[in-house]
Write a protein that binds this ligand. Structure first.
Ligand code: G3P
Ligand code: CA
Length: 296
């Protein structure tokens, strides 16, 4: 597995599409993953939950309201938590139409806007965009030789066997060498390694870690995935002359751990981070990372 600790990655810097190409297609859906690959992303990231009847599904939020029409389809339910719905019920939902409203608020460049065609929009509102099963996404990854970052959502304590289920699916679809499993819940990472040490893992860190490399090794994480605001960029932008405070990422790289950063959408920040030695950028705009990598 090229993503294991000490192994050479297939690309010097990975362009990782956050929830797929989520600025261009409904997040965490097959069309977003396909778009990411078409844009030249090396890897796509996705989030996992477990349905009421035990199916690992790909979705970010704990509730279904933002990214589906659940309130329309199930008006009598009191709550809309993902894991209160069976997989068959989830398949009744439209996971695409909501995105067209979101698109209107995104500031694309002229060139970027052309990356969404009229056919794309027609498909997004067709009712055919569905919440995928992890198994189907992994089948797609196998068939198309894609790399996938599978995030186990941090409410994993509600899904006592999610790590086991995810690892079993990775094994079943024989994509052990194509995936990284990450989580904010680092206990899940330890569990994944216990189930299959050959699968690469990453610790999602939204707070600064004193010794990132030492820490990651202690929980058997092969990479540190750091949150951009961990650098305090948003709060200290004006005090710091607009510069990214790079100390956390530099410490992480110095300690020899592969370091990826999310969610980076600003091309200038992407460039600074790549020059600093990060091994992956996770972005809603994978096209921007690809462009910068090709020009450096
Ligand atoms: O994997 C990085 C990032 O996806 C973690 O945050 O909330 O977008 O899942 P979130
Ligand atoms: Ca995620």
């Amino acid at each position: 597995n090229p993503f294991l600790y000490g192994q050479k990655q297939p690309f010097e810097v990975l362009a990782i599409a956050h929830r797929g190409a989520s600025a261009y297609a409904p997040e965490n859906t097959m069309v977003a993953f396909k778009k990411a690959i078409a844009m030249g992303a090396h890897m796509f990231e996705l989030d996992t939950h477990v349905s009421k009847d035990g199916v690992v599904i790909v979705f970010h939020d704990d509730v279904l309201t933002k990214c589906t029409d659940v309130a329309k389809v199930f008006p009598d339910r009191d709550t809309y938590f993902v894991n209160d719905f069976t997989y068959d019920e989830l398949q009744k939902l439209d996971a695409g139409s909501w995105f067209v409203k979101k698109m209107e608020k995104i500031n694309y460049t002229k060139e970027e806007r052309k990356l969404i065609t009229e056919e794309d929009v027609a498909f997004y509102v067709s009712g055919k965009v569905k919440i995928p099963r992890l198994q189907d996404v992994l089948k797609f990854a196998k068939k198309n030789s894609c790399y996938v970052n599978i995030e186990i959502k941090s409410i994993a304590q509600f899904y006592p066997d999610i790590a086991k289920k995810v690892v079993s699916l990775v094994e079943k679809e024989q994509v052990e060498n194509q995936v990284i499993i990450s989580s904010f819940d680092h206990y899940e990472i330890v569990k994944c390694k216990k189930y299959n040490a050959k699968i690469a893992t990453a610790a999602l860190c939204s707070a600064r870690i004193f010794k990132p490399g030492t820490y990651c090794k202690s929980i058997q994480a092969d990479a540190a995935n750091l949150k951009l605001v961990t650098f305090g960029f948003h709060s200290i932008r004006f005090r710091n002359n607009g510069q990214l405070p790079l100390e956390p990422v530099q410490n992480s790289i110095k300690e020899g751990i592969k370091t990826n950063v999310w969610t980076v959408n600003d091309p200038k920040q992407m460039e600074v981070l790549i020059r600093s030695g990060v091994r992956g950028i996770i972005s809603d705009y994978p096209n921007r990372i690809v462009r910068i990598i090709n020009h450096l």
